[in-house]
Design a protein around this ligand. Structure first.
Ligand code: 4FV
Length: 240
């Protein structure tokens, strides 16, 4: 999986990318992240990448020129991969969208700063816009890292246990069931006996019911999208 990342702060990325699973994925050539500083494509003597908004109002806007030049030089025009702008105005990032993005071999990510990018970048360069949530950040770098992280862990060979990604909560459309590990007694808190029964059928059922219960309590709207078994429905009825 190859990410071409266009940003004004490339130095933000290595500290996160060069640790743990993402570091191993790069060493195993399962992940490649190329970082480009948009300012390197500024053409004026002050390497200007932003300017006041037409029509007034506070803040600055990123100029189209340096962004178009950078992306077209690196990705080419027409582009042979999705060109994603990270913005609060984008479609919501979900595990479903992550799975869809993971079907690509290469993805370009544009990280905005200031009040955002000139609208012509959206109209004539970007092929997709993604938001990581209804809140405003100082830059698109964290959202870009979130996409790189979430997509990379779906790459075969990245997670130690290949099934781990499948039974992810959001992968199944349910919130995760409770996890317990050693010690069996912590302070006066014990763990559910079922988990030490060795009866994997019963454990799987318990986990399914716990995931249904947690989803019912915290995110009931997620249940509408699922095709639940009779058993699941009977269990959920017992909750209300
Ligand atoms: C954001 C988000 C986000 C908006 C202005 C960067 C900032 C600044 N991106 N999901 N939420 N971006 O807040 O993706 O340019």
């Amino acid at each position: 999986m190859q990410f071409e990342v266009f940003t004004l702060f490339p130095e933000i990325f290595p500290p996160y990318l060069n640790e743990s699973i993402l570091k191993r994925a790069q060493s195993a050539n399962l992940l490649q992240v190329n970082l480009y500083n948009i300012r390197d494509w500024a053409t004026d003597k002050h390497n200007t990448v932003d300017a006041e908004p037409y029509g007034g109002g506070g803040g600055m806007v990123m100029k189209p020129g340096p962004i178009f030049s950078a992306v077209e030089e690196v990705i080419g025009n027409p582009s042979n991969c999705p060109i994603i702008l990270l913005t609060p105005q984008g479609r919501q990032l979900t595990q479903e969208v992550v799975k869809e993005l993971s079907q690509n071999q290469k993805i370009a990510l544009i990280c905005g700063r200031y009040e955002g990018v000139d609208e012509r970048v959206r109209q004539h360069l970007v092929t997709d816009e993604i938001s990581i949530g209804d809140f405003v950040l100082t830059g698109g770098e964290l959202p870009a890292l979130a996409i790189i992280d979430a997509v990379t862990r779906l790459m075969p060979g990245v997670l130690g246990d290949p099934t781990a990604a499948e039974d992810d909560s959001h992968a199944m459309g349910l919130l995760e069931y409770p996890h317990f590990t050693r010690p069996p007694e912590f302070r006066e808190w014990s763990i559910p006996e079922i988990l030490r029964s060795g009866n994997h059928g019963k454990i799987a059922r318990w986990r399914r019911e716990q995931a249904l219960k947690r989803t019912f309590e915290r995110r009931p709207e997620m249940l509408e999208k699922l095709n639940l078994s009779k058993e699941d429905k009977k269990f959920l009825d017992s909750l209300s």
